[in-house]
Design a protein around this ligand. Structure first.
Ligand SMILES: Cc1ncc(COP(=O)(O)O)c(C=O)c1O
Length: 392
């Protein structure tokens, strides 16, 4: 079966991803099973999505119940899950309003449009510049790509949306030279994920807040990967004590179903009118019911404490590996980057062999994003496997 599926994919699916050489058929908690019955310990969470692990019974029940009751109506009608999820997000964050969409890229697109409209209405035309950072990743849709400083991703698609400029991450002085009267927004990940797990210095985020306030620009935190409990706090911005004007979310929010959200303050929301933006599927009842379960569970202080404790344990155990191949270990909660002295793809492949799924973040960084339910025993097992494969 596995070979047939892989051949079919190769024949009919557009080749935008290189996939691992097995076919996954089932997931339960931390474990995935392939079509040959082989199991894999999942230290990826489907790239920061399955925060509660696979097939969480409460998510399954909520989705089953909602899909049987009402699965889609579009945004011309009110539904309870949509309104209730928005209320929960606002109660738990800096935000006063929520715009729902279906992915991280879309949440970023919405934030770009809202920032541009806010600047135009409040300050007049011409204030359209967006400052973002080296190593940042905001998505592959047209607008998000333009604020993602990666030559390889951008080059084939030029000309891009104009107005973007980039400062080195964590370099406040350089950011200060780019942020000015023509800046409508500054986009930053409080912890960069795809760029290699780099944590923003609290003073850097505070400085960006000051610069945005000075020039009437909006500060946008992209917490698509680092938000929703991943760092041991519900929002990564809590570590720095700085609040944004907008925040983008996706990934973990839907418990495995697709959803994105752009959170805003009322000050920004006031300029947006019906017709400015929209999406047929966005904020549908099924995904919003799943997301309510996720949000209630990931905001539980006991789970957040577990995330911090398991993150600390992982970093400690990684240090104890004492491997000369490891250059640096960076982490906040269960978002961990291990900078190696060479390419990490062979480690990912060796992981497949030994039944563990790992991620890379660029060529030299091994990235761990396990579900928040990971246990000490599973971390021990990972360490045994890592010790072996790094050695080899
Ligand atoms: C910080 C960040 N922003 C945006 C995105 C894009 O999200 P999506 O793949 O859902 O479009 C990602 C995805 O990895 C991300 O990590």
């Amino acid at each position: 079966m596995s070979t047939t599926i892989q051949e079919k994919e190769a024949s009919f699916v557009l080749h935008t991803y290189n996939r691992a050489p097995f076919v996954l058929v089932r997931g339960q908690g931390m474990t995935l099973t392939d079509s040959e019955g082989k199991t894999y310990l999942d230290f990826t969470s489907g790239i920061a999505v399955n925060a509660l692990g696979h097939a969480d019974p409460e998510i399954v029940a909520a989705v089953q119940e909602q899909v049987a009751q009402l699965s889609h109506v579009c945004n011309l009608y009110h539904t309870a899950p949509h309104a209730e999820l928005a209320g929960m997000l606002c109660e738990l964050s800096f935000a006063d309003k929520v715009y729902f969409c279906n992915s991280g890229g879309e949440a970023v697109e919405a934030a770009i449009k809202f920032a541009r409209k806010y600047a135009r209405v409040v300050h007049g035309p011409g204030k359209t510049g967006i400052v973002a950072f080296s190593g940042g990743f905001h998505g592959r849709t047209a607008g998000a790509l333009a604020i993602t400083a990666r030559e390889k991703y951008q080059a084939p698609f030029r000309p891009l949306m104009p107005g973007a400029s980039f400062a080195p991450f964590n370099d406040l002085e350089a950011a200060g030279k780019l942020i000015g009267p023509e800046t409508c927004a500054v986009f930053v990940e409080p912890v960069q994920g795809e760029g290699g797990v780099h944590i923003a210095h609290p003073e850097f985020l505070r400085g960006l807040r000051r610069l945005c306030d000075r020039y009437g620009a909006l500060l946008v935190f992209d917490e698509i990967q680092c938000g929703l409990g991943r760092t041991g706090r519900l929002w990564a911005y809590e570590h720095a004590g700085v609040e944004p004007d907008m925040m983008t979310l996706a990934k973990a929010l839907g418990g495995g179903l697709p959803i994105g959200a752009t959170l805003l303050t009322d000050r920004v929301a006031e300029v947006i009118e019906p017709g400015d933006h929209g999406s047929t599927f966005a904020g549908g009842p099924v995904v919003c019911r799943a997301a309510q379960v996720v949000l209630r569970r990931v905001s539980d202080p006991a789970l957040l404490e577990h995330v911090s404790a398991m993150g600390d344990l992982l970093v400690k155990r990684l240090g104890e590996l004492n491997s000369p191949r490891i250059r640096e270990i960076r982490g906040l909660g269960l978002m961990i980057g291990i900078e190696m002295d060479g390419e990490v793809m062979p480690l990912l492949e060796a992981g497949y062999e030994r039944g563990v799924l790992l991620l890379n973040a660029g060529p030299n960084v091994l990235r761990l994003l396990p579900p928040y339910i990971v246990t000490e025993a599973e971390i021990d097992r990972l360490m045994d496997i890592l010790a072996e494969i790094i050695e080899q």
